[in-house]
Design a binder for this molecule. Structure first.
Ligand SMILES: NC(=O)c1ccc[n+]([C@@H]2O[C@H](COP(=O)([O-])OP(=O)(O)OC[C@H]3O[C@@H](n4cnc5c(N)ncnc54)[C@H](OP(=O)(O)O)[C@@H]3O)[C@@H](O)[C@H]2O)c1
Length: 312
């Protein structure tokens, strides 16, 4: 197949190239266009208006988006311009093109900031909080308002993706552990879902090569992990003993309350983020692809990612 991938030079795109370029011809669409191994040509967004510049495409994977702002400095409108605006632009192009498959990377954050009940499924009524999730759900709504009978359209909602080249919060946690700092929140036993890049790539490969019904699909590893397990796994990859302190939970909650009042680094919001439960079901996507289990376990994926951080 000829596959057009937007945001191809980002974290997911760079990893996806390695899987898909083995069996497909890949074209990129990005704001930067350096030559990249495995990519035949990178086009610009303006090229979409010039049909003579566009190759014949069978499938589009839309990755371009604004996600990681670990410093929280971006204005809300930027998220809507990029996450909603670019999705409308590429989806309009898809509808009038000969391409038959469209894969949009939304996020679980379009569905829920916190998980109501035990597990987040596709049945949830979306209730995003903040411009990232809100801009993604607007993009989803645009796609759903324009269905197509003879094309397959997938809205994917991955939870936190990790792998080589990852820039997000996992990196921050890795650096904290690497400095030998103790983890003081060991008394909190939460469960969180992640998705290893290998599992994500296997899902995309399946959607491209198989006949799968259009729809919304959540993407997660088979197993959820607690933050304590995550820290223990980071330490295992580094060949170290985990330094987890089980300071009294109630006391830490009181410390965070004081932190909120005094604007300290450990405040109630940060404590909630670090210790929350966020378990995502992958049952629907596995059933659709006829998979018994994901390609690798959550722990195998995490060890691979942490080892890739050490190689940098
Ligand atoms: N990583 C995760 O944990 C995660 C989880 C759920 C969903 N997702 C979604 O998955 C997609 C891929 O994520 P990622 O981690 O690969 O993100 P990433 O590394 O930030 O890559 C995003 C890509 O979008 C491009 N882009 C950013 N702003 C743009 C603009 N104004 N116009 C055109 N292109 C623009 C980036 O180009 P530059 O590199 O030049 O800025 C980059 O190529 C995103 O849509 C993200 O929201 C990611």
């Amino acid at each position: 197949m000829n596959i057009l991938i937007t945001g191809i030079h980002g974290f997911v795109g760079s990893n996806l190239i390695k899987t898909l370029s083995k069996t497909h011809t890949l074209y990129g669409l990005d704001i930067v266009s350096p030559n990249k191994e495995g990519v035949k040509q990178t086009l610009s967004w303006d090229d979409l208006q010039h049909s003579e510049k566009m190759p014949t495409i069978d499938a589009i994977i839309h990755l371009a988006g604004k996600a990681h702002d670990t410093k929280n400095q971006s204005a809300a409108q930027v998220y809507f311009d990029i996450n909603t605006g670019l999705t409308q632009r590429i989806f309009d192009y898809f509808l009038q093109s000969t391409a038959k498959k469209f894969i949009f990377f939304s996020s679980v954050k379009a569905a829920a900031d916190f998980v109501p009940g035990d597990v987040l499924t596709e049945e949830v009524i979306p209730d995003p909080v903040g411009p990232y999730g809100e801009s993604k759900i607007k993009a989803e709504e645009y796609i759903q308002a324009n269905p197509s009978k003879d094309k397959q359209i997938y809205i994917l909602r991955p939870c936190m993706i990790h792998g080589p080249g990852n820039k997000g919060n996992l990196n921050l946690l890795y650096n904290v552990v690497k400095k030998g700092m103790p983890w003081p929140l060991g008394d909190f036993e939460n469960r969180r879902s992640f998705v290893a890049i290998d599992n994500l790539c296997a899902v995309i490969d399946g959607l491209i090569s198989k006949e799968v019904e259009s729809g919304i699909y959540h993407i997660a590893d088979d197993e959820a992990m607690s933050t304590n397990e995550l820290i223990a796994t980071i330490c295992e990859a580094m060949g170290r003993k985990p330094n987890i302190w089980k300071l009294n939970r109630k006391m830490m909650e009181r410390v965070a309350k004081v932190g909120t009042t005094l604007h300290l680094p450990l405040n109630e919001e940060r404590l909630r983020k670090l210790t929350e439960n966020y378990v995502v079901s992958n049952a629907k996507i596995k059933k659709a692809l006829g998979m018994e289990q994901m390609a690798i376990t959550a722990k195998e994926g995490m060890l691979k990612t942490i080892k890739s951080f050490q190689e940098r």
